[in-house]
Design a protein around this ligand. Structure first.
Ligand code: TYD
Length: 167
């Protein structure tokens, strides 16, 4: 079954110049990239993305981490991978959440670490299941930023809205 999944290369991955290595590992999946961009995550976006963890003690640090405050790299690379069993394939390549428990050949096992404060700096985010993937892709991407039609859309006319266009 064709599926979409959200991948984020987190600020530690960008700071460590791992973008190429991570994309090379993910290309083993033979999936298609249907959306890609660099994003500076707002606090609202970060908190919405990790809403399921808001009661955890590490939540404030996790938000600072994904916003790039900890690594002084205020950006993430956001990608949508699409194809057969995309979620399982990407999660296997990424490895488990805890980088010390992740297989050493996985992306998180090879490049992740646990900080002295206990935060898992695990280099990438990968959606956990189809429902999470849909929620997360809709948070990070606009419909027109993805080259396939993943989810239903609607057309609206909003003439009041200010927009920046090329001069
Ligand atoms: P979670 O959504 O549980 O895992 P995953 O990223 O594999 O879907 O957790 C989100 C992030 O929170 C995780 O990537 C790293 C961080 N985290 C910790 O720092 N400590 C923890 O004990 C857990 C569970 C997560």
């Amino acid at each position: 079954m064709n599926q979409a999944t959200l991948i984020l290369i987190k600020p530690d991955g960008l700071k460590k110049s791992l973008t190429g290595n991570i994309l090379t590992r993910l290309s083993e999946s033979k999936l298609e990239i249907v959306g890609a961009k660099i994003v500076r995550a707002s606090k609202e976006l970060a908190e919405a993305h990790y809403a399921h963890l808001k009661d955890k003690p590490f939540f404030p640090e996790l938000i600072r981490y994904i916003q790039g405050e900890i690594h002084n790299r205020k950006k993430v690379m956001a990608l949508v991978y699409w194809g057969e069993d995309a979620i399982l394939k990407c999660r296997q390549l990424a490895g488990t959440t805890n980088p010390e428990e992740a297989e050493s050949t996985s992306i998180r096992g090879a490049y992740g670490r646990i900080t002295t404060s206990g935060l898992f700096e695990n280099v990438v985010h990968v959606s956990a299941n189809a429902a999470d993937a849909e929620r997360e892709i809709k948070l990070w991407f606009k419909p027109q930023e993805i080259i396939v039609k993943l989810y239903p859309t609607q057309e609206i006319i909003n003439e009041q809205k200010k927009a920046i266009v090329w001069a």
